[in-house]
Design a binder for this molecule. Structure first.
Ligand SMILES: [Zn+2]
Length: 391
């Protein structure tokens, strides 16, 4: 397994969708060829040469290397264009596997994914707070690693809070972790690179990699227990100082009043726009679930409270959308169960508050990656960090 990891590291690390520049170093070319094969599969050596502007001999040599590394496979022959029929190539889904973890809700989930991003197996464990959370997460990784049928490219972990991928630590109020040295703990159970990502950042990466978005910029806002955001800017996942970009839920929207927030402050955005705030606003007494939010969406007496929550979210995110010149705001989390009225109310509020010329271009939409967004984002991070490509 060690040699597999060394081979993978031979490829250039890259942030997703960074501009691929042509004809530079050998490993850049290898990465470029691999990305073309991911994008165009099934494809051929001739197409890789055309798309990369490399000579047919060079492109063919790169494809041979990728086949040698088990990252690409031959899948038969295509129609002849007059001469010898071309050999078709595609990413090898069985060449590597990725372990992804989502520690962002009360049930921890872990998946084993193939190289092309399809989920092969998902396991769940009731999550734990305090000291046991790490042990539960390690148990999931051990189980998935035991069932792997290919070398593990890496382990991607999505967690709430401030996630420091460089230092390998997570600080999370929900998990009761304070600078928990997560990467070190995982390295003790599996011989593969460990990558950490904030849950909203992971969801943003998954949406960006998977959704049919014709833009290089995207803001994703998670609206559930709290409010958090993830940004893809000019094709890069933006993490910010201490990887805390998007911790916008604790910005106070009132100067010195408002409801008490879990952070100890008053009048934070979370106390007005989160789904827990919505439940408090309607005087609800059930725990936050999608089913409960769907019930509220259908309840006439809850409509004013839903509109208030939408306006509060739109108010703050109009600034974010304008600051980054983003045309698309993607909502993810339990709030997506509120349906069209809520989505349009957020959109209207943002459009009302930005420059009139830009207003019509701004769309608010719901995420398409659903419950698996954090898992897919954590896996996409592993793929981009280890092989320099995106799905
Ligand atoms: Zn707060």
């Amino acid at each position: 397994m060690r040699s597999e990891n060394m081979s993978a590291r031979g490829l250039t690390r890259l942030t997703p969708r960074a501009k691929l520049t042509k004809g530079q170093t050998r490993s850049n070319n290898l990465r470029l060829a691999l990305q073309i094969i991911f994008d165009k599969a099934p494809t051929s050596r001739a197409e890789v040469a055309r798309e990369s502007n490399l000579t047919p001999a060079t492109a063919s040599g790169l494809v041979d290397q990728l086949i040698e590394l088990d990252l690409v496979e031959s899948i038969g022959t295509g129609p002849s264009a007059g001469g010898k029929p071309p050999m078709l190539i595609a990413p090898n889904p069985e060449g590597r596997q990725i372990i992804a973890l989502d520690l962002s809700s009360s049930t921890f989930r872990g998946s084993l994914l193939g190289l092309t991003g399809e989920t092969e197996l998902t396991v769940e464990r009731v999550g734990a707070t305090h000291g046991e959370a790490v042990a539960v997460a390690l148990e999931i990784v051990r189980e998935l690693a035991g069932k792997a049928s290919a070398p593990i490219l890496g382990v991607g972990i999505g967690a709430p809070g401030v996630v420091d991928n460089q230092g390998g630590t997570i600080t999370s109020a929900n998990l009761h972790w304070d600078d928990e040295t997560v990467a070190e703990a995982f390295a003790s159970v599996i011989d593969a690179p460990i990558h950490l990502i904030n849950d909203a950042h992971g969801a943003a990466l998954a949406e960006y990699a998977r959704a049919d978005i014709d833009a290089s910029n995207m803001v994703l806002v998670r609206v559930g227990f709290g409010v958090g955001a993830g940004y893809v800017l000019d094709g890069y996942l933006y993490r910010g100082e201490h990887a805390a970009a998007g911790e916008i839920g604790h910005v106070r929207t009132d100067a010195d009043e408002g409801a008490l927030c879990s952070c100890g402050s008053r009048g934070c955005l979370e106390t007005k726009a989160s789904m827990s705030a919505l439940i408090a606003d309607v005087g609800g007494d059930r725990p936050l679930t999608r089913a409960y939010i769907e019930d509220l969406a259908a309840d006439p007496s809850a409509q004013d409270a839903i509109a208030r929550a939408a306006i509060e979210l739109g108010r703050v995110f109009s600034t974010v959308v304008a600051a980054f010149a983003v045309n698309e705001l993607t909502i993810w989390g339990e709030a997506t169960s509120l349906g069209e009225n809520y989505r349009l109310a957020v959109q209207d509020e943002i459009r009302k508050r930005v420059l009139a010329k830009a207003a019509d271009r701004i769309e608010v939409r719901y995420a398409t990656t659903g419950e698996d967004a954090v898992l897919l984002g954590a896996a996409a991070l592993v793929l981009s960090a280890e092989l320099g490509v995106v799905w």
